[in-house]
Ligand binder design. Structure first.
Ligand SMILES: [Zn+2]
Length: 540
């Protein structure tokens, strides 16, 4: 079923519908960066919002008007005319008409329930509101899309009326009608039933699909619609959106192209999928979902020794697609279960070579022994890829410490004014010089981090690019032979990569110190791949 790319239009709604998700916000400047990322990926239409709902939207449209995009077109979003005003006198529609955007998406009610209970107009009035609005914008030279809101719920209640709403738009000159599962409760079987009826009733009018994920079927519903003749899919990057989110456009692109045979994007653009998904999460200040299909950090992770060995022999044994097609990479997770094959692959990925004269096999065996020993003491390297690489380097003899420690000390003082102040002092050597540094912080890790950066930051200026982004503490009492120990996991980032490090000790501050040093040392390893700052990748 191979078809040309124009058969399925990719419509992104991240900047409008997607922003309904709790706590999500982007400045106009950041939205512009998203637009460029989506344009570079190869998305056809980008819904930017209503051109004047607030000063931020006005600023965005002013910025967009001056931009040149390589492929994508901007869609302005608005509503059908008010019930008591002619379309040409409706303020909202005039704003859309005057906006530079060549495409206007207007939302109209397609459910008799909403017409009667929410908008409170007659069925005929609603049809007239849809038709007049479409006709007015089409006459202004706009490509007009009707988002038929609550279409599927409306179709279940009164299929004849739901179809009348679509027909009103099509006959008034809409380029396309988009069937919306606004409440997100439909299942694929119902989407299929409804589409069969709509395709029959509307003849050749191009159809689109807009789904929400309330029943966990947003992507499945959109793909079903495509199977039934929809030629536009609407979604948001990473599925952001109100409640449970919109259909995930990232997943849909990969499914449509790699599973359903649509040639939507050239290979080099499809390979931008992972980067684009993470870029948008970063701007939204969301931690990327490691389990996200195709682009998650763990999407192609292999844990058990057998899996890892199988993947090495033939990747199709445990992978549904080649991760490189979507710009992701295979991740081999290190655990007690995994064997030498895993270590050899990890070492190759990190560019760690065994000491001269030692075979890969025996080097890997030593690393496996060391991991087992440490796991017995409470370490766990699955989320500590940074510490694991340092461990391999230490075994390989290619580890370079950032500094040499003499001692550290942490003082915690509770004052009568209620404040708790932490002070850390570190003594050691860097570049042949002894240092003694003291710093304050809001906790022991913060204070130690500050003192250490103060001591070695001059010699290692890139340290300032590394930020500690997550700090997790767990008390383990299950370890054998010792008392309870504390496991500390730190995630650090240089704005491009995120890595984990670990420390284990009976003392929480000692465990934190070990994890802190690992996180900084890993970030500073010579030979780690160059990491451009966010925003410089592809000029966005
Ligand atoms: Zn929606």
């Amino acid at each position: 079923m191979s078809t040309n790319r124009n058969r399925i239009e990719l419509y992104d709604a991240t900047l409008r519908d997607g922003m309904g998700g709790g706590g999500l916000t982007l400045t106009a400047e950041e939205k512009l960066r998203v637009v460029h990322a989506l344009d570079e990926l190869g998305v056809d239409l980008i819904e930017a919002g209503f051109p004047s709902s607030n000063p931020k939207e006005l600023e965005l449209f002013a910025l967009l008007e001056r931009e040149t995009l390589s492929h994508a077109q901007i869609a302005a979003f608005g509503m059908t005319r008010r019930r008591d005003a002619a379309a040409e006198r409706d303020e909202g529609l005039r704003v859309l008409a005057e906006c530079f955007a060549p495409v206007c998406t207007i939302v109209g009610k397609a459910s008799v329930l909403h017409v009667e209970k929410v908008v409170r107009v007659s069925r005929e009035q609603n049809l007239a509101m849809i038709a007049d609005s479409v006709r007015f914008l089409a006459a202004q030279g706009k490509r007009v899309l009707l988002d038929a809101e609550h279409f599927f719920d409306g179709f279940a209640l009164d299929p004849g009326y739901a179809l009348d709403c679509l027909r009103a738009a099509a006959e008034a000159g809409a380029e396309r009608v988009v069937l919306c599962d606004t409440n997100g409760g439909s299942l694929p079987s119902f989407i299929r039933t409804a589409f069969a009826v709509v395709s029959e009733a509307l003849g050749g009018t191009p159809l689109g699909i807009h789904t929400h994920d309330d029943s966990g079927c947003a992507v499945a519903n959109a793909l079903t619609a495509v199977e039934c003749g929809a030629t536009q899919v609407q979604g948001t990057v990473n599925g952001v959106g109100e409640r449970t989110g919109n259909a995930n456009l990232i997943t849909m692109i990969a499914d449509l192209q790699l599973k359903m045979g649509f040639e939507l994007l050239p290979a080099e653009r499809l390979a931008l999928l992972t980067e684009t998904a993470h870029f948008v999460d970063e701007l939204l200040n969301r931690a990327p979902n490691p389990a996200q299909p195709y682009v998650g950090k763990h999407a192609f992770a292999h844990k058990a020794g057998l899996h890892a060995a199988g993947v090495q022999a033939d990747a199709s044994t445990f992978e549904h697609v080649d991760p490189e097609l979507v710009g992701n990479a295979r991740e081999v997770i290190v655990s007690e279960l995994s064997g030498k094959g895993t270590v050899i692959e990890k070492a190759a990925q990190a560019g760690v070579l065994p000491p001269a004269g030692e075979l890969d096999e025996s080097f890997a065996q030593r690393v496996v022994e060391r991991v087992k020993e440490l796991e017995h003491r409470g370490f766990q390297f699955e989320a500590a890829d940074g510490s694991f690489e340092l461990l391999m380097r230490k075994e390989a003899g290619s580890y370079e410490p950032l500094f040499r420690l003499e001692s550290w000390r942490v003082l915690v003082e509770k004052r009568t004014d209620g404040k708790v102040v932490t002070e850390a002092t570190i003594k050691g050597w860097v570049g042949g010089e002894r240092f003694v540094r003291t710093a304050e912080g809001n906790g022991p890790v913060h204070a130690l981090d500050a003192a250490l950066r103060d001591a070695i930051g001059e010699i290692h200026p890139h340290l300032r690019d590394i930020e500690l982004v997550n700090f997790k503490v767990r008390i383990l009492d299950e370890t054998k032979g010792t008392g309870a120990v504390t496991r500390v996991l730190i995630d650090a980032s240089d704005g491009h990569d995120v890595w984990g490090s670990i420390g284990v000790s009976e003392n929480v501050i000692a465990a934190s110190w070990d994890a802190l040093v690992d996180s900084l040392e890993y970030g500073m390893q010579p030979g780690r791949r160059p990491t451009p700052a966010p925003g410089t990748v592809g000029g966005r």
